[in-house]
Design a protein around this ligand. Structure first.
Ligand code: ZN
Length: 463
């Protein structure tokens, strides 16, 4: 780029390259990488604290380097206290013949997550109150936790429970609940601006595929892709346990939260269901408008959900004192697919092709955030003569001329300094990338100029 090139023109070319790079990415190989990482992570027994969580963050670091933070047991984080750290080595129930009729080694879901250590012998009647099953899904093991109540128990399929015979059972849980820490991982990709896009995945569920190994690997791969690009925003990826983890992270980063301009919670993104976007607390944030516009033009069925103070960690980011513009992009929402929180949420539910489609949606929304600018029409009196400047030829195939012309006319008409590219895309109901390409061509021909914003200068202003 020569030094004589006007600033606006140069920046438009950088943006075009980012937009086209996102469009041309080989997401097929990303899908394979994401699924391979899920297969690695699946066997580990994760929880809201402990070595399984730590090892999971280490495994992710092998693909996408994370900075790991440990917050000690007993630390106050807003209204919560970091609990004792839980670790488990083995657990079983043995019958009188010495056979393991419930075996943690076969599935880590068999133990009530956060169970106290136990080593005793008891009758089936005494054991029953500690057994958790799903009568309406009799072949599946439920996923249950007891984080904040001292208890112990086993989860098993209803049919296996019915098959237990009266008699004495040896009950053993080799776990520990001791002072330790809660672990979370972060990756920060510095952009031109200190203003941030926050991307969060919860990391505490044990052997469950869609909820939420899918969200963890999607963010790991997304970070790798964005790390290769020149970025406008700074991207802050957080991998932490659900609820207590996001509350801990918010509490530890409270002084920097005003940098967060947009955010998404990534969970349940690997199943065959339709894609769902859940709006932020205000329901009017830029991320809400970008996500809805992208999904409307993605060619797949989609659903937009209004905000509610229920769901995953968007509840913490959208709590009234925090009130960040953080939405949630999932496929089938939590609780709305039959395998949710059971052993059937396994690696047959999560498929590489659905991870890939979810990743593409994240990339397109990010492309929108990165390139959404306001422009000024430099020839606002009447329509400029587009044909004379060869603009149709530069914009691609002959069959696209009508659409190309319409995209340019929308950009020229609405670029009065009051409307950003996303505003114009929503107003015209045209594909964002096509409008962006039109804006780039118009900038390159001196018909539009970019209006500088805080994100462009790198300055941070309050939201
Ligand atoms: Zn869950």
């Amino acid at each position: 780029m020569s030094s004589a090139t006007p600033t606006g023109q140069g920046e438009s070319l950088v943006e075009a390259s980012l937009a086209s790079r996102i469009g041309d990415l080989d997401t097929r190989s990303s899908a394979d990488a994401m699924f391979a990482l899920i297969e690695e992570l699946y066997p580990l027994c994760r929880s809201i604290t402990g070595n399984g969580l730590r090892q999971s963050l280490e495994m992710i670091s092998g693909h996408s380097p994370l900075q790991v933070t440990e917050v000690p047991t007993g630390s106050k984080v807003f209204d919560w206290i970091i609990p004792r750290e839980w670790n488990i080595r083995d657990a079983y129930v043995k019958n009188a013949a010495g056979e393991r009729v419930i075996d943690f080694q076969a599935s880590n879901l068999h133990v009530l997550n956060y169970s106290l250590p136990v080593s005793t012998t008891m009758s089936l009647e005494e054991l029953r109150p500690h057994l958790h099953t799903l009568a309406d899904k009799p072949d599946w093991i439920p996923y249950r936790t007891t984080y904040y109540a001292d208890d112990w128990g086993f989860c098993l399929s209803h049919n296996d429970m019915l098959a237990l015979e009266d008699g004495q059972y040896e009950v053993h849980i080799d776990s520990s609940l001791e002072a330790g820490s809660l672990t979370y991982g972060e990756r920060v990709l510095r952009g031109q601006s200190e203003q941030k896009v926050l991307l969060f995945a919860h990391t505490c569920h044990p052997s469950l595929g869609n909820d939420n190994l899918s969200g963890m690997v999607l963010l790991a791969e997304l970070a790798n892709i964005l790390a290769q690009m020149s970025l406008r925003y700074t991207y802050h990826f957080v991998f932490a346990p659900a609820t207590i983890g996001s509350i801990t992270w918010l509490s530890q980063n409270e002084h920097e939260l005003d940098q967060i301009k947009h955010g998404l919670v990534a969970s349940v993104v690997g199943d065959a269901g339709d894609i769902h976007y859940k709006k932020t607390r205000s329901e009017r944030a830029a991320i809400d408008r970008a996500a809805e516009h992208v999904l409307k033009h993605c060619g797949e069925p989609y659903h937009i959900m209004n905000f509610s103070p229920w769901g995953y960690d968007e509840r913490q980011f959208c709590s009234p004192g925090i009130d960040l513009p953080v939405g949630r992009l999932t496929r089938t929402p939590n609780g709305e697919y039959p395998e949710y929180h059971t052993s059937a949420d396994d690696l047959t539910i999560v498929r590489p092709e659905y991870l890939e489609k979810s990743l593409q949606a994240y990339l397109q929304i990010i492309c929108c955030l990165e390139t959404d600018r306001a422009y000024r029409n430099l020839q606002p009196n009447g329509e400029p003569q587009l044909g004379r400047r060869g603009l149709y030829r530069k914009m691609g195939g002959f069959q696209d001329i009508a659409e190309t012309q319409l995209a340019m006319l929308w950009m020229l008409n609405m670029s009065d300094g009051q409307h950003s590219l996303l505003d114009i895309a929503i107003r015209s109901d045209m594909n964002y990338i096509k409008l962006h390409a039109a804006a780039t061509a118009l900038c390159d021909n001196g018909l539009l100029e970019l209006i500088e914003t805080d994100e462009d200068t790198g300055r941070v202003t309050s939201r």
